[in-house]
Write a protein that binds this ligand. Structure first.
Ligand SMILES: [Zn+2]
Length: 750
C-alpha cells in the first residue's frame, strides 16, 4: 500500500505544520541568482549576483541550488506557494540557459568543472576525486535530485529535459570507464547517485538509467551488508546512507535479492545497534564502534541531521508497498525527535550536529551565511512533512502518522480530516467527508509505544476494530460526516544506549525528553555571520556534574501534570527535546545500577575520571582535524601527495609517502602547542612537521596504549584569526606512520 502523494495532503496545524511554515520563510529568504552563480560561472556566463559564502565558495559550489530545487518542489506540491513556484521555474530556466551555453549537456557548479571532467575522461586515478576537490558527485547528485523533483512534483516542463541531457552527457562519458575505475570513483562521497538514476528510470522507462544506477552502486558496500555483516564502523555515515537508499530503490526495480537484503540489513543494523533515542546516529559524521558509545556521550559533534533525513528516505523505500510497524515506528521517532528538534521554530535555522553530551547545545544556520549539507537537507526535510502521513490502495486508507491535516483521496470521493494535539497528547479525531456512501477499509496505526491498544469510537460509540499488523482496521460502508476517534496511551519509559553502557534516555510516548540547562544568547547559538562554525564550540560541562538517574527510573507526571524524573538530586523537570531551543540540554543521563548511595558515589567518581581523561586534551583543544575522516579533512583544507587512509578498530588514519597538509584555525590566538597523534608503529616512524612552511622540532612525546604522540611549540602569529598551515613531510624512502589527528592546544593549565 503506497504512501498518498504529498500533493494530496495538507497540514493544518501542529508542530509539523509550524516547521513547514518556518521552512517556507527560510526558502523565500534565499535568492535564486546567488544560488545560480556557480552554474553560470562554470558555463562561462556572467553571474547575475555574487555567490553565497561558506560552503558555496569552498568547493561545494552549487550544492545548495539542488536542495533548493527539491525543497521548492516539495513546498509547491504541499502548499501551492506561488512565489516559490515562480522562483523554481526561474531557477530551472537559468540552469537550462547555462546548459545550452556550454553545449555539452553538462551543467553544474563544481569548481573547475571542465578540468575535472576532462581528467575523468582521460582516466580516473586514485587522486582524481581527491586532490583539493570536495566530492563533486555528492554536489551533482543534489542537482539531479532537484531537477527530478521539479519534474515529478510540479510538472515543470523544462526540468526533465535538463536532467536527461545531463544524464546523457554522463552516460556518454562513462562508456570509457571500466567497472574497476568506476568503483574507485565511488569511494568518495557520491550522495544518492544510484537512487537518482532509478528515479530517472521511473521518469523515462529507459533501461539505460537502471544500468547506470547499478554502476553507481558500491559493491564494496553492498557485499558485506548483503551477507548481513556490519562493517560500517569507521565509515563516513552520510556517504553510505544515501547509497543504501539507492540499494532499496534499485532492488525494487531490478528484483536483485542481494541488494534488497543489503538495504534491509543496513536499516536494521543502523536502527538497532547504532542509533540513539532521538533517532540519530554517528559521531563527527562517522559510525563509531557498536560496543562503545563513549564518543557519543563525550563529543560535541553527535548525530548529523543529514543522516536522519536520509534514513527516513531509506525507511520509506523499504516500506514503499506496505506498512511495516517497525519501520513506521522508526520514521515517527526520527521525525518527531531528531528532525523536528533540528529546526529553530521561529527563524527556521537548521542544526548540523546534535550533541548527546549532557548539558551541551547546538548552533543554528542563518539564510545569509550558512550553506552546510544539513541546511540543504533541512530545507527539504521540513518541506515534506506530509509525505508519510497516509497510505492508500484500492480499498484501504491508512493513517500512519499523527498530525492535524487533510488528505484527499479522489478515487473514493473522500476528504479525511485529522485533528490532534499530537505529540502533546494522544487524542486523535478523524472526520470523513464523502461525496456519497462508500465501502472501504479505514486503518489506523497503533504505535509500538502505545499500550494497551486504544479503544475506538465510531460517531461517539465504542466499536470493535480488528488489529492487523500494528493497525486497527474498520471495514464498513462509510457516510459523509462519519467520525472516528481514539486515544493513544502515552507513558514514560527509559531507553539505554544500544551498547548497554550506563547511560539512558527518557521518553514520553513518542517524545524524547530533555532537561533544560542555561539559556544561551543569540550570538552563541546562531551562525549569523560569515564563516561562523556549524559546531557548538563553546565550553563543555563536566560529565560529573550531570544528575544521576536510578536505573529503574522512568519519567512521570507530578501532581501538577509536569514531566519529571527522579535523580540523586531529587526530581528533575523534563520537557520534549524537540521543543527545546537556544539553551543547553541533557537528553542522555548517567544511570547508577541501584539507588543506594554507594552506587551513585561510585558512578560519579567514574564520571570524574572520564572527565579527567578527556579534558586533559579536549579541554585545551582550540582546533582539531581527524585525519582520514572526510568531512574534517575537507573542513581543514586537506591536501595530500602519495597519501593513503584507512581505519583500524573504528579509528581513522592517514599516512603519506611524501607530504600532507591541513589548515587549523585559532581565532583567538590561544594556541601554544600542536599535537600530532599516530597509531603505534613498531617499525619506527619518520616525519617532519612544518608550520607555515618552517620545520619545527618536537618538544615532547609519549605513548598511550596504541597511540603515540608528539607535541610541538606553536608561536602565535601577529595575523588575526590565526590561520596556520601544518604539513607532515615523510622522511626519505619512508612512509609516515598512520596519523590519526592534529590538534592545536592551549598552554597546559591555561
Ligand atoms: Zn549534513
Amino acid at each position: 500500500m503506497p504512501f498518498v502523494p504529498i500533493s494530496q495532503v495538507t497540514l493544518t496545524g501542529g508542530p509539523l505544520f509550524r516547521a513547514q511554515e518556518a521552512d517556507r520563510a527560510y526558502l523565500r529568504a534565499l535568492e535564486p541568482d546567488r544560488l545560480l552563480a556557480p552554474f553560470l560561472r562554470e558555463a562561462g556566463l556572467e553571474p547575475r549576483a555574487a555567490s553565497y559564502d561558506d560552503w558555496e565558495v569552498r568547493g561545494l559550489d552549487g550544492h545548495t541550488a539542488g536542495h533548493y530545487l527539491s525543497a521548492c518542489s516539495l513546498m509547491v506540491a504541499s502548499t501551492g506557494d506561488d512565489v516559490l513556484r515562480f522562483r523554481l521555474e526561474y531557477t530551472v530556466a537559468e540552469l537550462a540557459r547555462a546548459q545550452d551555453h556550454l553545449g555539452t549537456g553538462y551543467v553544474g557548479g563544481v569548481p573547475r568543472s571542465a578540468e575535472l571532467w576532462a581528467e575523468v575522461a582521460a582516466g580516473i586515478t586514485e587522486s582524481t576525486f581527491r586532490a583539493g576537490r570536495w566530492v563533486p558527485w555528492y554536489n551533482l547528485h543534489k542537482l539531479y535530485a532537484g531537477l527530478i523533483d521539479a519534474a515529478r512534483l510540479t510538472g515543470n516542463q523544462v526540468a526533465p529535459d535538463v536532467v536527461l541531457r545531463l544524464a546523457t552527457w554522463w552516460e556518454e562519458l562513462a562508456v570509457g570507464i571500466d567497472d574497476e575505475h568506476f568503483q574507485l570513483m565511488l569511494e568518495t562521497e557520491i550522495g544518492g547517485m544510484n537512487e537518482a538514476y532509478v528515479d530517472l528510470f521511473d521518469l523515462t522507462g529507459d533501461p539505460r538509467h537502471l544500468a547506470m544506477a547499478a554502476r553507481f552502486t558500491s559493491t564494496a558496500l553492498s557485499g558485506p551488508l548483503s551477507r548481513r555483516s556490519d562493517e560500517l564502523t569507521g565509515l563516513h555515515a552520510n556517504t553510505r546512507i544515501p547509497q543504501f537508499v539507492g540499494f532499496a530503490a534499485l532492488a525494487a526495480r531490478s528484483g536483485d535479492p542481494a541488494l534488497a537484503r543489503a538495504a534491509r540489513f543496513a536499516w536494521e543494523t543502523i536502527l538497532t545497534r547504532r542509533t540513539v533515542a532521538i533517532g540519530g546516529n554517528s559521531v563527527r559524521e562517522h559510525f563509531h564502534a557498536i560496543d562503545d558509545f563513549t564518543p557519543m556521550t563525550e563529543d560535541r559533534e553527535g548525530p548529523e541531521t543529514c543522516n536522519s533525513y536520509n534514513l527516513i528516505k531509506l525507511g520509506r523505500r523499504l516500506s514503499a508497498d506496505g506498512s511495516d510497524p517497525a519501520v513506521a515506528d522508526a520514521l515517527e521517532r526520527i521525525l518527531f525527535n531528531h528532525l523536528l528538534s533540528s529546526q529553530h521554530p521561529e527563524h527556521g535555522g537548521l542544526v548540523y550536529f546534535t550533541s548527546m553530551r549532557p548539558d551541551h547545545y547546538r548552533v543554528y544556520s542563518s539564510p545569509e551565511h550558512s550553506f552546510w549539507c544539513c541546511v540543504g537537507t533541512g530545507l527539504e526535510s521540513h518541506a515534506k512533512h506530509g509525505e508519510s502521513l497516509y497510505r492508500f490502495d484500492d480499498d484501504t486508507v491508512s493513517v500512519e502518522l499523527f498530525a492535524p491535516s487533510v488528505v484527499r483521496i479522489p478515487e473514493l470521493g473522500l476528504e479525511l480530516e485529522q485533528r490532534t494535539a499530537f505529540p502533546s497528547d494522544g487524542v486523535v479525531g478523524l472526520t470523513l467527508g464523502l461525496t456519497g456512501p462508500r465501502r472501504f477499509r479505514l486503518r489506523v496505526r497503533v504505535p509500538g509505544w502505545s499500550v494497551p491498544t486504544p479503544e475506538v469510537f465510531l460517531n461517539g460509540a465504542p466499536v470493535t476494530a480488528e488489529l492487523e499488523r500494528g493497525h486497527l482496521v474498520l471495514d464498513r460502508e462509510w457516510s459523509d460526516g462519519d467520525t472516528v476517534s481514539f486515544e493513544l496511551t502515552m507513558g514514560g519509559r527509559a531507553e539505554p544506549y544500544p551498547d548497554g553502557s550506563d547511560w539512558t534516555s527518557l521518553l514520553w510516548g513518542p517524545s524524547v525528553l530533555a532537561a533544560r540547562g542555561e539559556s544561551l544568547p543569540t550570538d552563541v547559538v546562531l551562525a549569523g555571520r560569515a564563516h561562523a562554525p556549524h559546531t557548538a564550540v563553546g565550553p563543555l560541562t563536566l560529565l560529573a556534574s550531570a544528575p544521576i538517574v536510578p536505573r529503574s527510573a522512568v519519567p512521570y507526571r507530578d501532581a501538577d501534570g509536569r514531566l519529571r524524573v527522579d535523580s540523586d538530586r531529587g526530581p528533575i523537570p523534563l520537557e520534549p527535546f524537540a521543543g527545546l531551543h537556544d539553551a543547553r540540554y541533557t537528553v542522555t543521563f548517567p544511570v547508577a545500577s541501584t539507588a543506594d548511595e554507594d552506587a551513585v558515589a561510585r558512578r560519579r567518581t567514574a564520571l570524574a575520571e572520564q572527565d579527567r581523561r578527556a579534558s586533559s586534551i579536549d579541554g585545551r583543544t582550540v582546533d582539531r582535524v581527524a585525519l582520514g575522516e572526510q568531512q574534517p579533512e575537507a573542513d581543514h583544507g586537506f591536501e595530500g601527495v602519495a597519501s593513503a587512509s584507512g581505519a583500524v578498530g573504528g579509528v581513522r588514519w592517514r599516512s603519506t609517502a611524501e607530504r600532507l597538509s591541513v589548515t587549523l584555525v585559532d581565532p583567538h590566538l590561544l594556541g601554544r602547542v600542536v599535537r600530532v597523534t599516530w597509531l603505534h608503529d613498531p617499525a619506527g616512524h619518520g616525519f617532519t612537521l612544518e608550520i607555515d612552511g618552517t620545520p619545527v622540532a618536537p618538544r615532547e612525546g609519549g605513548r598511550d596504549d596504541d597511540l603515540e604522540w608528539a607535541e610541538y611549540p606553536l608561536t602565535p602569529t601577529s595575523a588575526g584569526w590565526g590561520v596556520r598551515r601544518f604539513a607532515l613531510v615523510a622522511d626519505l624512502d619512508r612512509e609516515t606512520p598512520r596519523c590519526t589527528e592534529l590538534r592545536v592546544l592551549t598552554a597546559e593549565g591555561a
